[in-house]
Design a protein around this ligand. Structure first.
Ligand code: PLP
Length: 410
């Protein structure tokens, strides 16, 4: 079994009492035991069993197994959102006085979590231009707990040399954490690029229909956890599973950021058609980018799939011709962006990406509104930028919609 979709459909088989092909949703908070001794064994981890759904649940476990298998990883923890996957990961590996090296080009809430929320707890953020690997290397020291990046940055659409960054981090024993939301494990296998831990917003492509908010932390099993002082003692007892164990029995359990069984059911369903939807959305993004480029009445069009794009070559070699479903373009000013958006008839004005429906947003006045105009420029989000996330509609209808909305600006 080699293909992603075959694996997604048949790779993980959960035996069911009634041989149902679609396993049931275990909407149960708790699970009973035959004896107090069994209950004690389960709590102490001597006998694997579900005890309480904030910690594990059979339906959520099935989703976790599927993602682990599809990613070639050693384990996955499903969480309540993409942001929960990032927060849980950082809280498990770093403490006050530690630092994380990041690029300023990150999803807005991630940047806010690291540079504001966790800064208040003593985490130091070190900013580097990730296209310059020497700059990253200079920032690494014995308090660096991770180099953190996105496979294609949202919304700047920058692509960095992930394997080269991973090699440098490895030299210093530093963990590499990658947010692979925009490409998904279908379009990009982070393990093969040297990434140790992958975080995902499953809300996006994995859900597809925009039906559920969820996230996942995938441990590729390639990091030597004895390099992290917060986990060093656990390595003796739990070996390569110590990070997953730290999450399950500590940070994830104690922060209560669990995924609901119903969400896990919807997301497992989403995995089965992920590859089909991703291909269609990526194709639509390329068509729209080419159309906008040809029309030449938008100031700039940014999409890694366009041959002239600064990130094209790197994206081609890293992602094998898969460039994501998001593109950005700029108009004369914010007013034109709003007029254009308001004239759209099919494309929806909404804040999500990788939905089955094509969505558009003005990032500066929404996702990045907590930052000043000067900060937004540094974060790569000018006032005249629009972000479009291509859905799976018929391409011609999307182009027609864009064309009629652009006419409003004439
Ligand atoms: N990472 C990226 C790249 C995102 O675009 C988003 C949300 O848009 C997130 C993480 C956060 O995901 P969630 O909304 O599921 O918390």
């Amino acid at each position: 079994m080699n293909g992603f979709t075959t694996k997604a459909l048949h790779g993980v088989r959960e035996p069911d009492l009634h041989r149902a092909l679609r396993p049931p949703v275990y909407e149960s908070v708790t699970f009973e035991f035959d004896s107090s001794a069994d209950l004690e064994s389960a709590f102490q981890g001597r006998k694997p069993a579900h005890t309480y759904s904030r910690i594990t649940n059979p339906t959520v476990a099935e989703f976790e197994k599927r993602l682990t298998y599809l990613s070639g990883a050693i384990g996955t923890i499903a969480v309540s959102s993409g942001m929960a996957s990032i927060a849980n990961t950082i809280l498990s590996i770093a403490g006050a006085g530690d630092n994380i090296v990041i690029s300023p080009f990150l999803f807005g809430n991630t940047f806010s979590l690291l540079s504001s929320t966790l800064k208040r707890w003593g985490l130091e953020i070190r900013l580097a231009d990730f296209s310059d690997t020497n700059a990253i290397e200079k920032l690494l020291d014995d308090r660096t707990r991770a180099v953190y990046l996105e496979s294609i940055t949202n919304p700047q659409l920058a692509v960095y040399d992930i394997p080269q960054i991973a090699r440098i981090a490895e030299k210093y024993g530093v963990l590499v954490v990658l947010d692979n939301t925009v490409l998904t494990p279908y379009a990009f296998n982070s393990k093969s690029a040297g990434v140790h831990v992958e975080v995902l917003s499953a809300t996006k492509y994995i859900s597809g229909g925009g039906t559920a908010v969820g996230g996942a932390i995938i441990d590729n099993g390639t990091y030597d956890w004895s390099r992290n002082p917060h986990l060093r003692d656990d390595v003796k007892a739990f070996g390569q599973f110590c990070f997953l164990r730290r999450l399950r029995q500590d940070v994830y359990r104690n922060t209560g950021t669990c995924m609901s069984p119903h969400t896990a059911y919807l997301l497992s369903l989403g995995l089965e058609t992920l590859a089909l939807r991703v291909e269609r959305s990526f194709g639509n993004a390329l068509h729209i980018a080419e159309y906008l480029l040809e029309r030449n009445d938008t100031n700039t069009v940014n999409y890694p799939g366009l041959k002239f794009s600064g990130s094209h070559q790197l994206a081609e070699s890293l992602f094998g011709g898969k460039y994501g479903g998001i593109l950005t373009f700029s108009l004369k000013n914010k007013e034109d962006c709003c007029r254009f958006m308001d004239a759209l008839k099919i494309i929806r004005r909404a804040t999500n990406i990788n939905d089955n429906k094509t969505l558009i947003i003005h990032p500066a006045s929404t996702i990045y509104c907590e930052f000043s105009p000067e900060e937004r420029i540094k974060l790569g989000v000018p006032d005249n930028l629009l972000r479009l996330s291509a859905g799976i509609e018929d391409t011609g209808d999307l182009i027609e919609d864009i064309e009629q909305a652009l006419k409003i600006l004439d």
